[in-house]
Design a protein around this ligand. Structure first.
Ligand code: FES
Length: 105
């Protein structure tokens, strides 16, 4: 599935994510800047924070309780904030657009 990452600066990159991979993993293997992912996807660092594009929030869904707790540690949290390591890529998410925050943590 194609995932587009838009940086705070407005620069965008579209990468090919494999089904079953997380959005965070797709960013890291494709050298997308703006996602630190310090904990490697364990929902324990909040440095993989992204904003889900408004058109996608329903399809992506909201955070699980554990993720919601961890989001408290993220910078500038908004209603469409998610931790990208907790978003699993599926065929339905082809075309997903997320924005990375100004900074992580
Ligand atoms: Fe650490 Fe997502 S990579 S919470």
């Amino acid at each position: 599935a194609k995932i587009t990452f838009i940086e705070h600066s407005g620069e965008s990159r579209t990468v090919d994510g494999r089904d079953g991979q997380s959005v965070m993993e797709a960013a890291v293997v494709n050298d997308v800047p703006g996602i630190d992912a310090d904990c490697g996807g364990a929902c324990a660092c909040a440095t993989c924070h992204v904003y889900v594009d408004e058109a996608w929030t329903e399809k992506v869904g909201g955070p699980a309780p554990m993720e919601e707790d961890m989001l408290d540690f993220a910078y500038d949290v908004r209603p469409n904030s998610r931790l990208s390591c907790q978003i699993k890529i599926t065929a339905e998410l082809d075309g997903l657009v997320v924005t990375t925050p100004e900074r992580q943590g």
